[in-house]
Design a protein around this ligand. Structure first.
Ligand SMILES: [Mg+2]
Length: 258
């Protein structure tokens, strides 16, 4: 019998809003480590997160894709402008693959330079880096309430584990476990977790991930919640199957009745 109860959370867009950090770290990765001949770097890029970056963020699955998006936005020629954004997102996955191919880049290497960029900022000035993240305090409170009820919390993210861990520690959150991209796909992680835990719910802001969970026979029993406050595409809120529940920040407490 499974007696260990756990509630699962995605990290970015669910526990924290890291939009400033995604832009800064990806930009720094472009500036310091990417060695692209297509960009002429300007410090003014750091001043503000451009709207088109914010608008493309809901399509992102892995961190390395953000480095590619930043590269396309800051290119000196043929840069990604606001008006051709919809063309870019219509074929988002193919476009990411094309950028990799055209530049002879490998996704894993780009992920490594994003991680290096994060590590560089942490070593230089940890506080400034952490402060680029805005926590969702209602989620933090919910996690504390779960703890009081002896329900464990777990994080499954596509971020590097050590980065999520550092931010959570700062927020005084010590989950039972954190799985980052190093541990493989969220699906594979869940398939293992269900052997040891009774999973009371999973809050995630990527609808596709939740659909996959519901379509997999082994994991379909996991209650899935789509975080309304996260990085959602406009259409995500509509045509939700009744198995995936759109969750609002103000309704988090209702889940404590489970
Ligand atoms: Mg997310």
């Amino acid at each position: 019998m499974l007696t260990q109860k756990v509630f699962l959370f995605d990290f970015d867009g669910v526990i924290v809003d890291g939009m400033n950090e995604y832009w800064h770290s990806s930009l720094l990765a472009c500036e310091k480590y990417l060695n692209s001949p297509h960009i002429l770097f300007d410090q003014k890029f750091y001043k503000k997160v451009p709207d088109n970056f914010k608008e493309i963020r809901p399509w992102v699955k892995y961190g390395w894709e953000m480095v590619l998006i930043v590269h396309e936005i800051i290119k000196s020629e043929n840069s990604l402008k606001n008006f051709d954004k919809s063309e870019f997102i219509n074929k988002y996955h193919q476009n990411c693959q094309k950028i990799l191919k055209d530049n002879f880049w490998i996704a894993e290497d780009i992920q490594k330079i994003l991680d290096r960029s994060r590590q560089f900022q942490i070593d230089r000035d940890f506080k400034t880096w952490v402060n680029l993240h805005q926590p969702y305090f209602k989620v933090i409170n919910f996690m504390e309430e779960l703890k009081k009820r002896n329900i464990k919390t777990g994080i499954i993210t596509t971020k590097g584990k050590i980065f999520a861990e550092k931010i959570l520690k700062q927020l005084n959150i010590f989950p039972e476990f954190i799985f980052g991209y190093e541990s493989g796909s969220k699906m594979k992680i869940l398939e293992k977790l269900i052997l040891t835990y009774e999973i009371l719910g999973f809050i995630e802001d990527r609808k596709k991930t939740l659909i996959e969970i519901k379509q997999n026979e082994e994991t379909s029993h996991i209650p899935c919640f789509l975080a309304d406050w996260g990085y959602l595409k406009y259409s995500d809120r509509y045509n939700l199957s009744n198995e995936i529940i759109l969750l609002k920040l103000d309704n988090l407490e209702d889940l404590l009745a489970i």
